[in-house]
Design a protein around this ligand. Structure first.
Ligand SMILES: [Zn+2]
Ligand SMILES: [Zn+2]
Length: 346
């Protein structure tokens, strides 16, 4: 075991505080990573505040991790000391179920092992990236290409793959019209990636406040959903709608914007059920779908794609003692577009 610095939530209601945690010894297939940067994801906040159910405290969150390999176990073949690597939302899976065998660990039928607040193989609770080091099985460690800026690269490990996976699965590309709902951490990545894939991208945001950004990120159109005329103007238009918003929306209003065989996919996770009028699906043979992060192979593909196309998240670098303020700013949508913690300040 080794003791490392971290920032942890002591309870659901208290601010995060500096602390130390124990990392396991490096096993035969493990990689010890010196974490350089960790992104702040909205899920981190939901988790520490118990919004998604009770958790065990103290809890360190963070699942947008980039760093450098500083030690490898004797059976490690995929990574070497000095490599630039990343860790995303999961650190293990059962590896035996139908989905794992198909290379879709994110859909492990026994549930993948989350990077934080999950029960690890050894029965301990996983602790995330707001720390100086982490020990991870090599199969769940990604290569971060040299072309990707270290600090800006961190949010690719959750926001990047969460949007890349549905865009790739539903074939966003030349000749396809893609709408991105919401222009936050996930949404701004969806715009950049869909545009790089060659799709025609439209942003549907509550207001036009971020219109200049949206167009700069590669969107060709930008509409305010506060304006009812938007839903008239865009009827039957899109092949794919990626909804990144975690608040409840009138899904029927959005489904009517899909053309023949179009799909609306949710990557935002509103806690309450949302009503769907089945007739909104009948017309144009529409589909409503969900998508959860991406597999390890797909995450690597995303990192390589972003390196090749020069895509990086827009980030604001903060020190550890700004994490609690950053949480408040995330909750009030006052960030363009992702906070990244410099772990040298832990
Ligand atoms: Zn996340
Ligand atoms: Zn499995």
């Amino acid at each position: 075991m080794r003791t490392v610095n971290a920032y942890a939530a002591p309870s659901a209601t208290e601010p995060l505080v500096p602390t130390t945690i124990e990392r396991r010894d490096v096993g035969p297939k493990d990689v010890l990573i010196a974490i350089r940067y960790a992104g702040i994801c909205h899920s981190d906040i939901h988790t520490v505040r118990g919004d998604w159910g009770p958790i065990t405290y103290p809890q360190v969150v963070g699942h947008e991790i980039v760093g450098e390999v500083v030690e490898v176990g004797p059976a490690v073949t995929k990574h070497a000391v000095g490599d630039r690597v990343g860790v995303g939302c999961m650190v293990n899976s059962c590896r035996e179920c139908e989905n794992c065998r198909a290379g879709m660990e994110n859909y492990c039928l026994k549930g993948n092992t989350g990077t934080y607040a999950a029960v690890d193989r050894d029965g301990t609770i996983t602790q995330g990236g707001y720390s100086t080091h982490v020990v991870v099985d090599e199969d769940f460690v990604l290569r971060v290409p040299a072309a990707i800026d270290y600090a800006a690269g961190a949010p690719l490990l959750c926001a990047g793959i969460t949007t890349y996976s549905p865009l790739a699965h539903w074939n966003a590309g030349p000749g396809k019209r893609v709408a991105v709902v919401g222009m936050g951490g996930l949404g701004h990545m969806a715009v950049k990636i869909a545009a790089a894939m060659g799709a025609e991208v439209t942003v549907l945001s509550r207001t036009l406040a971020k219109k200049d950004d949206g167009l700069a990120f590669g969107a060709t159109d930008y509409y305010a959903t506060d304006d009812a005329a938007t839903f008239e103007a865009l009827k039957n238009r899109f092949d794919l709608i990626v909804n990144t918003v975690s608040a409840p929306l009138d899904l029927n209003q959005y489904l009517r914007l899909l053309r023949l065989d179009g799909t609306m996919v949710n990557v935002g996770a509103p806690p309450e059920p949302l009503p769907i009028q089945v007739f909104s699906l009948f017309n144009n043979r529409r589909s409503f779908a969900g998508s959860s992060i991406g597999s390890i192979a797909e995450t690597q593909e995303m990192l390589d794609f972003c390196a090749e196309h020069g895509i990086a998240p827009e980030t604001e670098l903060i020190a550890a003692d700004q994490i609690n303020d950053a949480y408040e700013r995330v909750l009030s949508s006052d960030v363009r577009y992702r906070f990244v913690i410099d772990t040298a300040t832990l």
